[in-house]
Design a binder for this molecule. Structure first.
Ligand SMILES: Nc1ncnc2c1ncn2[C@@H]1O[C@H](COP(=O)(O)OP(=O)(O)OP(=O)(O)O)[C@@H](O)[C@H]1O
Ligand SMILES: [Mg+2]
Length: 176
């Protein structure tokens, strides 16, 4: 089990980018009243065929060389242990949506943590991708749009500003 859910979010977003996505939406929802923690990654990548989608949750299924094919199965296992599940929706040439749900208060639920670092990794690892990040916590919402940078690398001043905006926005809605 990965001890941090933000690592799973990173992994699922990396799948989206490996599938050629140019736009990725990451939505996180924490709701205490519903005892729910859910995240959803939606991409406009190449999508999966029905067979590929059916096999994607099998351990060791991969279409990539030098990969283990454990990203999705590990996430599904963690969700199931925590009273939730993973749902895949995908259409070829349109894109994919991965939704993972967990019982928020489940004793074995890994913490989310490190969302700022996760988003920073994605933003700077993939300047050519447009990212939308939406984080809702008990009804309060933080949204961030990082447009595609069209080949231009970010300057270090921008990196600091970006990190500060993410931290401040998440703090405002009560995410650590
Ligand atoms: N967003 C996506 N769009 C298209 N195909 C996907 C997407 N996510 C997963 N897949 C398909 O499902 C397979 C399994 O994904 P999974 O994350 O489990 O393993 P992997 O990425 O191949 O390897 P690992 O994550 O262990 O490095 C991928 O190889 C790919 O064929
Ligand atoms: Mg993967």
């Amino acid at each position: 089990m990965m001890e941090d859910l933000s690592l799973h979010i990173l992994d699922i977003a990396e799948n989206a980018i490996a599938a050629g996505a140019t736009r990725v939406l990451i939505a996180v929802n924490e709701n205490g009243r519903r005892d729910l923690l859910a995240f959803r990654v939606t991409d406009n990548g190449r999508g999966m065929s029905r067979q590929e989608k059916e096999r994607a949750l099998d351990p060791f299924f991969t279409t990539k060389r030098k990969r283990t094919g454990l990203g999705l199965p590990l996430l599904a296992q963690t969700a199931e242990v925590c009273g939730g599940r993973v749902v895949l929706e995908s259409a070829l040439k349109e894109g994919t949506r991965v939704t993972a749900r967990f019982r928020l208060a489940h004793i074995d639920r890994p913490p989310l943590t490190k969302m700022t670092e996760t988003m920073m990794m994605l933003f700077f690892g993939h300047p050519e991708v447009e990212f939308r990040y939406r984080h809702t916590r008990n009804g309060s919402r933080f949204s961030y749009l990082r447009p595609a940078l069209a080949g231009r690398a970010a300057a270090s001043a921008e990196i600091a500003t970006l990190r500060d905006s993410l931290r401040a926005g998440l703090k405002r809605i009560g995410v650590s």
